[in-house]
Design a protein around this ligand. Structure first.
Ligand SMILES: [Zn+2]
Ligand SMILES: [Zn+2]
Length: 145
């Protein structure tokens, strides 16, 4: 069944405590979208947007799973309203993916050598010294780095 969107969103308890942070990050995303793209590689212009989106998901994830400061209802609300990425959070809960930067970086078909993104390779196994993945600008998100 399609979700019915109404203007009268019912905000769960505790929303007022996390709203300022989420709004800040949303503003960051919007600012990044409007920033001048001059002199930047196309992929680079997307990085700040990815980063802010990542922070939002991470914030909600930490509050619920690590700090246990928000209710399940509020957590689900954040996912439903798009404040956090449900799929990304599902990955963070798997061993080895605790620090995954974005979903594209673990999809083999998006990369040149049919492996996952270079930022997923643990530091001690990397040959390159400087890492910047093209998708989100991640400089390494393998667990244990
Ligand atoms: Zn990464
Ligand atoms: Zn990434």
């Amino acid at each position: 069944m399609p979700k019915v969107r109404t203007n009268r969103v019912k905000y769960p308890n505790g929303w007022e405590l996390i709203e300022p942070t989420l709004r800040d990050l949303e503003t960051k995303m919007r600012e990044a979208e409007q920033e001048t793209h001059e002199g930047k590689r196309k992929c680079e212009t997307l990085w700040p947007i990815f980063r802010a989106a990542h922070q939002k998901s991470r914030y909600v994830f930490d509050l619920y799973y690590r700090r246990k400061e928000i209710s399940k209802e509020l957590y689900e609300f954040c996912l439903d309203q798009g404040y956090a990425d449900r799929n990304l959070i599902a990955k963070w809960r798997k061993p080895g993916y605790e620090r995954l930067c974005c979903l594209r970086c673990m999809q083999p078909r998006d990369h040149n050598f049919a492996t996952t993104c270079v930022c997923r390779v643990p530091k001690h196994l990397r040959e390159e010294k400087v890492i910047e993945c093209v998708h989100c600008g991640c400089r390494g998100c393998a667990s244990g780095d």
